[in-house]
Structures are given as C-alpha cells and as structure tokens.
Design a protein around this ligand. Structure first.
Ligand SMILES: *Cc1c(COP(=O)(O)O)cnc(C)c1O
Length: 395
C-alpha cells in the first residue's frame, strides 16, 4: 500500500498535539491521541469522585481490557501478559528471574540498550555468568550466522534489542528466534521501540520474553509498559520480587506464586495508566500495524532522502530495512545545540549519546547524534519544514 491511501487528516484530528508542535521525538514519547488522553483523565476523575478502590471495581472491565488488547497486538494469550510501569522494569523482571550459574553465557548484540547491559554486567559479577556480543553482519545488524557459530551448551540466554534507541536499525528478531528455538535457549527481546511501530507477533518471532513501553510508538501514557512471557517458560522463572499480588500466603510457612504472567506485576499500580494503555493499544489496532508500519517507513525514507541532500549532514542509520528512527549529525554543530535551536521553533527532536548504546556508538566513533523519529501522524509538509529548518541551521 502506498502512503497516499493513509488517512492523515483523521490521524492528525485525533492528535491534539499536532496543532502545537512538530513532533519528531516519537522514540522518546509520542503524542497521545485524544482517545487515550480522555480515557486516562476520565479514569482519574472517577477515582477522585468515587474513591480509588471503588473506581477499580466500577471500571473493572476497562482496566482488564489492556490484557486482551496486548494479547491481540503481539499474538499471545492474555495470561502471558504482565502490565508493568515501564519497559526497563518489565525486562528486569524477566532477566533477573533467570537462574544463572558460573560459566553460563549470555549472548547479546552491539546495539543493546544501556539499562540491559548494566544488568548483564551486574548479574555476571554476581553469578559468574559471562556476557558476549554477537558481531554485526555487513548491514550493521546482529549477524545470525555469527550467533549460530557462538552457540554451545553453556549459552543460557540470547537477549537482544529489536530496534535500538539510537537509530533506524531493525535487528533480525525472527531469524534469531529460529536459532534460539532450535538450540532450546531462552530468548529475551527488548521490543521497546518496535512495538506500536511495526507488526510484532511473538509466535513468528519465537521469543520467550518480550518487553515494551507504553509511551513510545504505542502512544500511551507515561509510566506504562508490559512484559510478555511464554506460558511454557513461566514456571522456570521465579520473579526477583514477590508480593501479595504475585503470590499468595497460603500457610504460615508457605506461599504460592501465581501461575500466570502477573507474577511479574506488583499490587499497587497506575490504574489510569493501565486504562490509557489499553485504549492506546486498541487505537493502534484500529489503524492496523501494517498500515502504521508502511506509513512510518515511507515517511522516514522521505526524511532520510531530504537530509541526505543537505551538504554537511551525515546520516547514521544502520540495517537493511530501516525504521522510523532517523539519526544524523551536522558538520560544525553539536547535536544538543541543534536540539535546542529546533525546540525554539517548536520542533521536537532528541539526541542520543554514547552512554545509551555504548558498544555500537564506540564502534562507530560516535559521541552524540540527533534523533528525529517519525510517527504516522507526521505529515509530508512537516518533513519539508524539518528539512528547511536543518538547512537554515547550516548558514
Ligand atoms: C526507551 C528504551 C528502553 C527503556 O524503556 P522505559 O520504558 O523507559 O523503561 C529500553 N530499550 C530501548 C531500546 C529503548 O529505546
């Protein structure tokens, strides 16, 4: 499908922020559609007017809806979904549940996110497991062949980032999943930037665990995220923390952990956020993830072409198939200065620095880059305006 069949007018009408800013920081936090804003604020009002516990009872179905919405989004069962306050904690709950032994190997990739890598290092220090990095292929993606060659019986976990925080790369998640399945190795996918941006099917990918956030491409409220854990591996994974929601205190000296993925949740949570996340997922499903993905990919390609034509602008995106995250630098201008100047014109971008994806950035000799991340509600006119704004910075 070509992008001109996309109903841009509806997308923008549904997005109150479109009138106020040129938002190219969707990889940071996307603009919420009014449906999400209304559901979230209405829920907060209900809490204020009826009481928090009473609101939860009254709105039980809309709070529970998020589990069905996420299960439709990623093609899993609702009891394989935990709603968690962000992607990092979701990922942590899965990762820290894995019982590592000295000599166990954790295989990750070059574009891995800082928080995940910090956790690898901590667990390696505590347990004697070791962290190893899968080399890139000629496209700058994690090499599936190299991964295959690294496998042995000591590999306990393959944990990679699908789309990194610092660029257009899309790692071959499903090919890696096939390798993991064949080898019978646990596979944890950080899908924080890919969920909501492109179709994600955990059966097709073959991951055992997947983490995502609400506020990025899903356009949900901040402070929301989720974890998927495949039913067959749930029993092997004892959550690093338990409470009276994750487990039951059944006798003075005994507790029983919940059988479903909600063992990774905790009792008190942001109910308004949960409702908002459910609406955000349903809203994305109403557009269709194929439609969203082709629109984003096409806008990002336009943006790259536009930037590429400017002298002094260098693009930094890796990968065979590139996503909505466009990264670049401009000769003679610091990324932070560019961000600030654009902000003064109500154009939102962000920067990505060495410490967020150290392995990848260091290998490419990059300290900091500008990140302009498009969403389907961005217009072609905005891409033009952005190109002109960058062009104007050059003089
Ligand atoms: C943003 C991001 C995270 C962290 O998500 P939070 O919801 O902020 O915890 C993890 N991984 C990647 C690749 C990200 O871009």
């Amino acid at each position: 499908m070509k992008e001109y069949s996309f109903d841009l007018a509806r997308a923008r009408q549904d997005t109150p922020g479109c009138d106020k800013v040129l938002h190219l920081n969707n990889a940071g936090a996307a603009l919420m559609p009014r449906q999400v804003l209304e559901a979230t604020t209405n829920y907060l009002r209900l809490e204020a007017e009826t009481g928090g516990y009473e609101a939860a009872e009254l709105a039980h179905d809309s709070v529970e809806r998020v589990y069905d919405a996420v299960s439709s989004l990623i093609n899993c069962r609702r009891d394989e979904v935990a709603i968690i306050e962000n992607a990092t904690r979701a990922w942590d709950m899965a990762f820290y549940a894995i019982p590592f032994q000295p000599g166990d190997r954790i295989l990750t990739a070059r574009a891995e996110y800082a928080s995940n890598y910090i956790a690898f290092l901590q667990v390696a220090r505590r347990t004697g497991a070791q962290v190893e990095v899968i080399p890139n292929d000629e496209f700058g993606q994690a090499s599936v062949a190299a991964l295959q060659a690294m496998l042995d019986e000591r590999v306990k976990l393959i944990a990679i980032t699908h789309v990194p925080t610092n660029g257009g790369l899309v790692n071959p998640a499903a090919e890696i999943g096939r390798v993991a399945r064949e080898a019978g190795v646990l596979y944890l996918l950080d899908a924080c930037q890919s969920v909501g941006q492109m179709p994600i099917d955990v059966q097709a990918i073959g991951c055992d665990m997947l983490s995502a956030t609400g506020r990025k491409y899903l356009r949900g409220p901040r402070g929301t995220g989720f974890l998927y854990v495949r039913g067959e591996v749930l029993d092997q994974l004892e959550p690093p923390f338990l409470d009276l929601h994750a487990a039951r205190w059944v006798a003075e000296d005994r507790f029983e952990i919940r059988p479903d993925a909600r063992r990774f949740e905790n009792w008190e949570t942001n109910y308004a956020g949960k409702v908002g996340l459910g609406v955000a997922v349903d809203y994305a499903l109403s557009w269709g993830l194929e439609t969203i993905w082709s629109r984003i990919a096409s806008l990002a390609a336009d943006l790259r072409a536009r930037l590429n034509a400017l002298p002094g602008v260098e693009l930094h995106d890796l990968g065979r198939e590139k996503c909505g995250i466009v990264t670049f630098s401009v000769q003679g201008l610091a990324p932070e200065e560019i961000r600030r100047k654009l902000a003064g014109q109500k154009i939102n971008v962000s920067t990505s620095s060495l410490a967020s994806t150290r392995l990848d950035m260091a290998a490419r000799g990059l300290q900091e880059i500008v990140r302009a991340s498009v969403h389907y509600y961005n217009s072609e006119a905005e891409i033009d305006q952005f190109g002109e704004a960058i062009d104007a910075l050059l003089y």
